[in-house]
Design a protein around this ligand. Structure first.
Ligand code: SAH
Length: 348
């Protein structure tokens, strides 16, 4: 029989499981902090649990702990990029960034991705599988243990499309913000999506306080379809409508991500059209100079072009920031570290 995934349960579910083992439910109050506060790597180290119960847990449950395969540290800004092995040997990457307002971790939600965005390295080999809630959590836990510094913010912007792994994502959000666990405020959580419209409407109904970031990357349906195949399924107007609904239901301001690609979406006309598309919305635009990947010949615009794009939007009354590029000296773009690793394995 497959062992139960103990780290993907909330305290109530853990209590119910313990009852089924013939234990008192209050044991959950002892075991849960070992998993979600102290980040135990084995059942053995849970010192206040009886030997008998430990044995029962070892026999019935698996304890998901990721193994750190590699870490690259930026000499410029201290950003750390981790490569983790999942229990089945699949690899995921996660990034730790130090900001004045705290420490932020960017996690992966899937091994690989099936969305096919043209400029993204994570999707080149397709989707392998969804990550479990425990596998998402443990990226944060391992990084906090490794750095010895509290993680205050989490962004789900690594490999994968989080809304393509909806149920597990929701469990992850509830567990990471649980006051009995890491207790990260939902206001400090951001989920980034390529725009899976029905899932966006569903998310708006979940009564969460998380930020939704929408990867827009183009201001017309035509151009967006070229860059993001998902746009063929849900067009740009539908996506923007879903963002408006998210704001109306949650009161949370939407972030639009817009990767600037030289000669593709960086012209004055693009900025003007973007202004028209989102004018009047309570939102924020994050301009990201595209991170070139070797498989495609997309280039960053010159810095003057980026500034000009920003000014044009601001003239339309839109809030804009240019994303500070963290860890420029280490493999920057999403999925590059993981891809490099699998290429090395392939050659070995
Ligand atoms: N699937 C989700 C989250 C993962 S991608 C999404 O699409 O939002 C996180 C962000 O990085 C997205 O905005 C994505 O479009 C962007 N991105 C991916 N590859 C990039 C690259 N090479 N340069 C700049 N941004 C990139």
């Amino acid at each position: 029989m497959e062992k139960a995934d103990i780290k993907s349960w909330n305290q109530k579910e853990l209590g119910e499981f313990l009852i089924s083992l013939g234990e008192k439910p209050f044991r959950a109050k002892q075991i849960y902090p070992w998993l979600h506060v102290k980040h135990a790597e084995t059942f053995e180290e849970m010192t206040d649990i009886s030997k008998k119960l430990k044995e029962k847990l070892i026999n019935t449950c698996k304890l998901t702990v990721l193994r750190q395969e590699d870490v690259q540290c930026s000499k410029i800004d201290g950003t750390r990029k981790y490569l983790f092995a999942l229990p089945d040997g699949n690899m995921v990457e996660s990034v730790w960034m130090h900001y004045r307002h705290g420490n932020s971790v960017c996690i992966s939600s899937q091994a690989g991705c099936r969305m096919g965005c043209r400029f993204c390295a994570s999707t080149l080999d397709g989707l392998v599988r969804n990550l479990t809630p425990a596998e998402m959590l443990d990226q944060v836990y391992r990084i906090q243990e490794d750095t010895g510094e509290r993680v205050s913010h989490v962004v789900v912007m690594g490999t994968g499309e989080p809304l393509d792994n909806y149920e597990n994502l929701l469990k992850f959000i509830r567990l990471i913000s649980d006051e009995n666990g890491m207790n990260i405020s939902q206001r400090n959580l951001t989920v980034s999506t390529c725009g899976i419209v029905p899932a966006m409407y569903r998310l708006a109904e979940e009564k969460l306080q998380i930020t939704l970031a929408l990867s827009l990357h183009a201001s017309s349906q035509e151009k967006r379809m070229e860059l993001m195949p998902v746009a063929k399924k849900y067009d740009i107007q539908q996506v923007v409508e879903a963002c408006k609904d998210y704001f109306a239901k949650t009161g949370r301001r939407i972030t639009f991500e817009y990767s600037l690609v030289r000669g593709v979406n960086d012209r004055d006309g693009d900025a003007w059209q973007l202004g028209e598309l989102i004018r009047g919305m309570n939102c924020h635009v994050n301009l990201i100079p595209v991170n070139p990947i070797k498989e495609r010949n997309y280039l960053q615009p010159d810095s003057q072009v980026i500034l000009n794009f920003k000014n044009k939007l601001e003239k339309n009354g839109i809030n804009v920031t240019i994303r500070r590029e963290m860890g420029r000296d280490i493999d920057g773009a999403c999925g590059q570290l993981r891809k490099k690793f699998s290429e090395r394995q392939g050659k070995a």
